[in-house]
Ligand binder design. Structure first.
Ligand code: NAP
Length: 278
């Protein structure tokens, strides 16, 4: 039997109750890790933990990653109950902020697509940025950037005791190309990429590796509300001609979290079907 890639490792996956986080938690458990599943809502974290199949088991912890005190409390629990952390996956995320009118943004995006297809040039205006609220901008940066920083800071304190660890940050193709419908999301994901590079240099001497994943369009509850027309436009720009499966991102996370990627740090990998080739 092939050896499990994460045997005896303790992994924390934030936002692990849904989509990519859930798929990552399930795969890490299959590979032998003890998986701590974090979520905003305890029940969804518990549902993932109940589905874990592997020798290491897991546990659910509720915390809003955007709240420094809640993150500190989560890591205090991990330290008390498990004594160590080997892997952190900063996955928790949101596609829209509070008050964002997804319906309206979708309609504007569809209008642009229709104009592009007509060949007459784009005449309508998206104007997303000039209508974005402070509240939406701040929550977007809080969940993604503050959350990634708060969890990374606490994780590094635990990992530094053993001078070993792997951190995997979920960025996005939105960081690479910019996504006009969600400028705040694109900014947050770009910040995560720059943070990944800086922290990778910061902690390399400790044997801690920090890398990022920039997924393209993956079928999860986050992308489920995207309209058929927009999805068609995405597929038209995707050489592999399909959206991704959460397990394909989980496989990338497993590579970056395991010793298979021992010479990778400060890098990004983009499972995206070719929608961005750079
Ligand atoms: P998802 O299905 O919506 O899952 C995100 C999870 O994060 C949800 O369970 C959500 O909880 C949780 N969460 C949100 N805010 C949180 C917070 N403050 N603290 C703790 N947990 C929180 O989305 P997904 O598609 O799996 O996305 C996972 C990550 O991949 C995100 O960072 C996303 O930006 C990134 N990504 C996704 C895609 C894609 O195509 N799906 C592409 C590129 C990047 P609630 O459900 O309770 O809100």
């Amino acid at each position: 039997m092939e050896t499990m890639k994460l045997k005896d490792r303790v992994a924390l996956v934030t936002g692990g109750g849904s989509g990519l986080g859930r798929a990552i938690a399930l795969l890490f458990a299959e590979e032998g890790a003890h998986v701590v599943v974090n979520e905003l809502r305890l029940e969804t974290a518990q549902q993932t933990v109940a589905a874990l199949k592997g020798p290491g088991g897991g546990r659910a912890i509720q915390a809003d990653v955007a709240d420094s005190a809640q993150v500190k409390a989560m890591f205090a629990t991990i330290e008390r109950e498990l004594g160590a952390l080997d892997i952190l996956v900063n996955n928790a995320g949101i596609a829209f902020g509070p008050g964002d009118d997804r319906g309206e943004i979708g309609r504007k995006a569809e209008a642009v697509i229709m104009e592009l297809v007509s060949g007459q040039g784009v005449r309508s205006h998206m104007d997303i940025t000039q209508n974005l609220s402070d509240e939406s901008w701040r929550r977007m940066l809080a969940v993604h950037l503050d959350g990634t920083f708060f969890c990374t800071r606490e994780a590094l304190r635990l990992m530094s005791r053993k001078n070993r660890g792997a951190i995997v940050n979920l960025s996005s193709v939105a960081a690479l190309t910019g996504l006009e419908s969600v400028p705040h999301y694109s900014a947050a994901k770009g910040g995560i990429l720059a943070f990944t590079r800086a922290v990778a240099r910061d902690v390399a001497s400790r044997g801690i590796r920090v890398n990022a994943i920039c997924p393209g369009y993956i079928d999860t509850p986050m992308t489920e509300p995207i309209s058929p027309l927009i999805k068609k436009a995405v597929l038209a720009r995707t050489p592999l001609g399909r959206t991704g499966d959460a397990r394909e991102v989980a496989a990338t996370a497993l590579f970056l979290a395991s010793d298979d990627s021992s010479f990778f740090t400060g890098q990004w990998l983009s499972p995206n079907g070719g929608i961005f080739i750079g």
